[in-house]
Design a protein around this ligand. Structure first.
Ligand code: FAD
Length: 432
């Protein structure tokens, strides 16, 4: 039995790793020419920007490739406690603490290169897939610029630029229109030299609808600092170095100061196609047998939440239990893929709805969500235990349901009261 995976990004490599447990032959077709060195490449332009690997994603990858974490640390990645990141949210510095959650800090090319080295599937680079090959209502291979490759199962993992809807349309199969929530966020990233005494991660978070600007400084392999500026609601950081510097100067935290004496190593790179978008492939009428899709080809998230690689890892694990790739089985698989992405989608698309509605006309649901987020932001600056619980959810280790409990709500209310009273005292009026 042979499986062909389209795309050798994170989703494709992880899918190939798990498919290797049941398929005799697994082939990954990648359009880029691949280098053995961790370098940015054309097919993954986002690789030049900050890529935070959530704890859950890191755990899954370590499970699939035992020893990967140590190997990456040997190669220069930093391993830190996720709770020790320094984070400035719109209401102040988050109460950093030890969380027991191991966080790998590294560049996307380093992570991808090491995963690629560990995958035993055959990886054929410089091979552009141009369509699907059908036998009746079943996909039996892919078409490439140079010919055709047979497969019992085709997995589309070609990312956000996937042409799957168009390829299916050629066979008369119409997929549902994508759902989209566009926060109009732009990224601008530059690498700098870093000295030993820089913290590993300092982040300033943006939040709808009043805090459109944020940034991250991450110490990556090779004693370099990756500095990413993020601007939502269309307030994008510019590409020219002076404009980039001014954008960083306008942030509330110390990022501009941190890099004041650092030497730039690259130009400023931009990325602005950041809308969250998902296609409900599972609802497609006439979905063929022998074809499934995973990763960004199915569901792309606004990258500020750092969810994409982890959701791709969760989807790869589905190949362990799922064996039926008949038309019905493939649709069932897509249902599972959609379920895997659901929690992350709910979190990011709800939070981003504030950018869509705008600061001036939020609907009642978004007003309630904004109110709730503000309580959280306040509590996170006061309470290490609240931060620890929040981290476990954000890193997809625990379900969001764990935050919906009376202990948490009581504490949110307490800090909210304290903050309000303090604000009133500052404004000269006495608390009620
Ligand atoms: C600016 C930015 C920052 C991000 N930051 C984070 C982060 O902090 N944390 C996180 O988890 N995620 C982040 N992401 C998301 C993350 O990059 C993806 O979700 C993740 O890599 C999974 O993507 P994928 O493997 O499905 O697609 P990709 O990684 O995009 O890989 C797709 C692969 O398919 C290949 N390909 C495409 N078309 C063809 C074809 N026709 N034939 C052959 N090969 C093809 C491409 O060359 C590429 O190698 C970020 C994304 C962006 C845009």
């Amino acid at each position: 039995m042979k499986a062909v995976v389209i795309g050798g990004g994170i989703a494709g490599l992880l899918a190939a790793r798990v498919l290797g447990e049941t398929y005799d032959d697994v082939v990954v077709l990648e359009r880029d020419k691949l280098s053995d060195q961790p370098e940015p490449r054309a097919g993954v332009p986002q690789g030049r920007h900050v890529h935070g690997l959530l704890v859950r994603g890191g755990e899954i990858m370590e499970g699939l490739f035992p020893g990967l974490r140590d190997e990456l640390v040997q190669a220069g990645a930093h391993l830190m406690d996720a709770g020790e990141m320094r984070i400035l949210n719109p209401l102040g510095w988050v109460a950093s603490t030890t969380s027991g959650l191991p966080l790998l800090v590294l560049s996307r090319p380093l992570l991808e290169t090491h995963i690629r080295r560990r995958v035993t599937a055959k990886i054929v680079d410089d091979t552009h897939v141009t369509g699907l090959s059908f036998r009746g209502s079943t996909v039996d291979g892919v078409l490439t610029r140079d010919g055709r490759v047979d497969a019992d199962l085709v997995v589309d993992a070609s990312g956000r630029s996937s042409k799957l809807p168009a390829w299916l349309a050629e066979a008369g199969i119409v997929v549902p229109e994508p759902s989209e929530v566009d926060s109009r966020t732009g990224y601008a990233t530059r690498l700098y030299t870093a000295s030993e005494d820089f913290p590993v991660v300092v982040a300033e978070s943006l939040a709808a609808p009043h805090t459109p600007r944020g940034g991250i400084v991450m110490r990556i392999e090779g004693d370099r600092m990756m500095v990413t500026a993020q601007g939502a609601g269309g307030d994008h950081p510019p590409r020219d170095p002076e404009g980039f510097g001014r954008f960083l100067d306008s942030l509330r935290g110390p990022i501009a100061e941190m890099i004041a004496d650092a030497e730039p190593l690259t130009p400023v790179y931009l990325f602005a196609r950041t809308a969250s978008r998902r296609i409900a492939f599972e609802q497609t009428r006439g979905w063929p047998g022998g074809l499934v899709a995973v990763g960004d080809a199915v569901c792309v998230f606004n990258p500020v939440y750092g969810q994409g690689m982890t959701v791709a890892a969760m989807a790869a694990l589905l190949f362990r239990q799922h064996r039926d790739f008949s038309a019905k089985g493939c649709q069932e698989f897509q249902r599972k893929v959609a379920k895997t992405a659901q929690g992350a989608w709910t979190l990011s698309s709800n939070a981003d709805q504030g950018w869509v509605d705008g600061a001036h006309a939020p609907g009642p649901i978004m007003r309630a969500f904004g109110w709730f987020m503000k309580k959280w932001q306040g509590a996170l600056t006061h309470d290490q235990d609240i931060f620890r619980r929040f981290l476990r959810v954000v890193h997809m280790v625990d379900s969001p349901a764990t935050l919906m409990n009376p202990v948490v709500f009581r504490r949110l209310a307490k800090y909210s009261r304290q903050d309000r009273d303090r604000a009133r005292r500052r404004a000269g009026s006495s608390p009620r």
